[in-house]
Design a protein around this ligand. Structure first.
Ligand code: PMP
Length: 466
């Protein structure tokens, strides 16, 4: 049974599900993607739980796509937002407002080195658009490099950066970006799966083609090939990557890859951009930022999603030297970091500190991943378990040997079954065959145990149906 919860949701007021479905059918609102045959019609949330309009409770393992970082309607965040709402919501940054500057200071205190200048935006796409623009302005070079399977945003500009075909349209996109071979330890050409003796994941079975270090070098060679063949005059503007590719299915770059990649990029005069939209704010457990887990310091860091616990916010942080190239008044957006957003962002940072969120991610994440890996040895359908902290991916396959992605209908029925048992899990990966487990960072061990039991049940049912 799902762990007990004292919170009492209010009864649902508002249109019933059929009315909402009709609105959607009439295309008055876009409905791009809804999970599940019968959509989950949610109306209230509290911490790691969601309630649908019939009063049914769900454990939310996807956090509104890795966005509700500290918990749905976290009381501290709600209080901070309410307080600010009553004073002033919006000014724009043509005036000074203390909250905006206090928040920028607080955010910068979480970052290493010379990363001291903050630009506040409203989303991750906007943050990455600005980061790429900054790198181009600063270097005076146009071309950039990203990794295949990476996701960096949905603006037409960024669709040329995102190298995940699922999320690109058949239309001209921003050009000038080259995509390097993805160092995917499970599906990449050379593997590089953490070995049995790897200190990072002791006891993990090794099914790599090459050891981690060797594979890493080959992926870096590929990056160098792109630099050599595709970049004019031996100069590049930037390289952008996630430490764990979120939308791509929680693909964890092999240890050491970013360090070597950054060295190459810098040798070609480029700036290194860390996309921390999913991996930041302690979610990785071992580190506050994903890039730290790879032992690198980027020139530009972009953030969104968890930064505002669901409030629409994003940020770009860079060095004074790079910011200088942007000029004083060049970059402007109306809403970015208004007082309300800044109050929310500040409360989120406080909660992460006070509630020892990062430590929780580290401990529960290790436990979750270890237990999922045990399931992997039990079930043929689990090809790979990966991730760090509460940024976890489980890749489902037809069988371990072929690694053929599990068929869409079979995936769908596993999602249906887990939902019916009260657990909401995310989807991802090029083949849509990855379960993404990235809950609000306030879940408990009891929630993890419940999730494991539900998953076991769904996988057993799948196995029995074969
Ligand atoms: N970068 C990464 C790593 C993301 O996961 C996303 C969103 N899925 C974005 C950028 C774009 O963020 P947004 O949807 O807020 O524009």
């Amino acid at each position: 049974a799902m762990p007990a919860c004292d919170f009492q949701p209010q009864p649902h007021e508002g249109p019933d599900l059929q009315t909402v479905k009709n609105i959607r059918k009439n295309k008055l609102i876009p409905g791009l993607i809804t999970y599940y045959k019968e959509p989950v019609y949610v109306h209230q949330g509290h911490m790691q739980y969601l309630w649908d309009t019939s009063g049914r409770r769900y454990l939310d393992l996807f956090a509104g796509i890795v966005t509700v970082s500290v918990g749905h309607c976290h009381p501290t965040v709600v209080a901070a937002a309410e307080k600010q709402l009553r004073k002033l919501w919006h000014t724009t940054n043509i005036y000074l407002h203390p909250k905006i500057h206090e928040y920028a200071d607080q955010l910068v205190s979480k970052l290493p080195g010379d990363l001291k200048v903050v630009y506040l935006t409203n989303s991750g796409s906007e943050a990455n658009d600005l980061a790429v623009l900054m790198a181009r302005m600063h270097t005076g070079v146009f071309e950039g490099i990203s990794l295949r399977n990476g996701y960096h945003g949905a603006s037409p500009y960024l669709m040329g950066v995102t190298a995940l075909s699922t999320w690109r349209y058949n239309t001209p996109t921003g050009f000038g970006f080259h995509h390097s071979v993805n160092p995917d330890p499970y599906r990449g050409p050379w593997g590089g799966k953490h070995c049995r003796d790897s200190p990072a994941q002791p006891g993990r079975p090794c099914d790599c083609v090459l050891g981690q270090c060797q594979a890493c070098d080959l992926y870096v060679d590929q990056l160098e090939d792109v630099l050599r063949y595709s970049v004019p005059k031996g100069r590049v503007a930037c390289f952008i990557a996630e430490a764990i590719q979120g939308v791509g299915g929680s693909v964890q770059l092999p240890d050491g890859f970013l360090k070597k990649a950054y060295e190459k990029i810098r040798a070609y005069g480029g700036l290194c951009i860390a996309d921390e939209v999913q991996t930041g704010f302690g979610r990785m457990g071992s580190h506050y930022w994903g890039f730290e887990s790879q032992g690198v310091t980027p020139d530009i860091v972009t953030m969104a999603k968890g930064i505002g616990n669901g409030f629409p916010m994003g940020a770009v942080v860079t060095t004074p030297e790079i910011a200088q190239t942007m000029g004083r008044a060049l970059h402007f957006n109306t809403f970015g970091g208004n007082p309300l957003a800044s109050a929310v962002g500040s409360a989120v940072l406080d909660v992460i500190d006070k509630e020892r969120t990062q430590a929780l991610c580290a401990n529960l994440g290790t436990y979750f991943i270890t237990e999922l890996d045990k399931l992997r040895s039990e079930f043929e359908v689990i090809g790979d378990v990966r991730g760090k902290g509460l940024m976890i991916g489980v890749e489902l396959v037809k069988d371990k040997k072929s690694r053929q992605p599990l068929a869409a209908e079979e995936m769908a029925s596993i999602w249906e079954d887990t939902k019916d048992m009260g657990v909401l899990i995310g989807k991802g990966g090029l083949y849509g065959n990855c379960l993404r487990i990235k809950p609000p960072m306030c879940i408990t061990k009891a929630d993890v145990d419940f999730s494991l039991a539900v998953l076991r049940c769904a996988l057993q049912k799948h196995q029995d149906s074969q």
